[in-house]
Design a protein around this ligand. Structure first.
Ligand SMILES: Cc1cc2nc3c(=O)[nH]c(=O)nc-3n(C[C@H](O)[C@H](O)[C@H](O)COP(=O)(O)O)c2cc1C
Length: 190
């Protein structure tokens, strides 16, 4: 059910490389993204699937994971096995703000579907867009907005209520388990 999917859809940063996501799986995810809402129905988003070893290595080198933690993620041998870059076609006249909203909707839809298929991923906003375009030979008219790192998760993530609303930072416990505090309902309802 959707409830379970939303809860299971965490930001995973460690993957089982022996169970990779295939290009075909990622094509199915983009096929689904065709049907998400789009401001003014302009549909300015484009998608670039990454699945070859050479391009995977370049994408991996150009992404930052859990910068707030002082540990190296993903752990060695547990890297993402696929990426989907979400880009905006700047030749389609859609206000940038609308395209960014479209991007969020598409990204979450793709990740929810990935979880339903037995995969998982992490949205990555921390990358060098110029390097991404150069590495993937993407023409200048396409502006990289967000990257989705994908694979079969190899870590468990603990969701918990944020007892202290002034501190919602994610953290790792003594067993290296990742914890994500979420604000309580009474703290987000105005
Ligand atoms: C727009 C956006 C950009 C993000 N960029 C990164 C990123 O560059 N690297 C990373 O490790 N996590 C990134 N994240 C994941 C967040 O850190 C994560 O959503 C947050 O810690 C809450 O964890 P959860 O997704 O499991 O609820 C991003 C999330 C969003 C929504």
């Amino acid at each position: 059910m959707l409830n379970e999917l939303v809860l299971k859809n965490r930001s995973y940063r460690a993957f089982d490389e022996s169970r990779p996501i295939s290009e075909r799986d990622m094509r199915a995810l983009v096929e689904l993204a065709r049907f998400v809402p789009s401001g003014m129905n302009k549909q300015p988003l484009r998608y670039r699937i990454v699945s070859t070893p050479d391009e995977l290595a370049k994408m991996y080198a150009n992404s930052r994971y859990a910068a707030a933690l002082s540990i190296k993620l993903p752990p060695e041998g547990q890297k993402p096995t696929g990426f989907i870059a979400i880009l905006r076609d700047t030749e389609i006249s859609s206000p940038e703000g609308l395209a960014l909203k479209d991007c969020g909707i598409a990204a979450q839809t793709i990740l929810l579907a990935a979880v339903e298929m037995g995969f998982g991923g992490c949205m990555l906003g921390s990358f060098d867009p110029a390097k991404l375009s150069a590495d993937l030979s993407i023409p200048q008219r396409y502006q990289p907005l967000l990257v989705l790192a994908l694979g079969t998760p190899s870590e468990q993530i603990v969701l918990e209520d944020a007892e202290d609303p002034s501190n919602v930072s994610y953290y790792r416990d003594a067993e290296n388990q990742h914890h994500v505090p979420k604000r309580k309902l009474e703290d987000i309802l105005l």
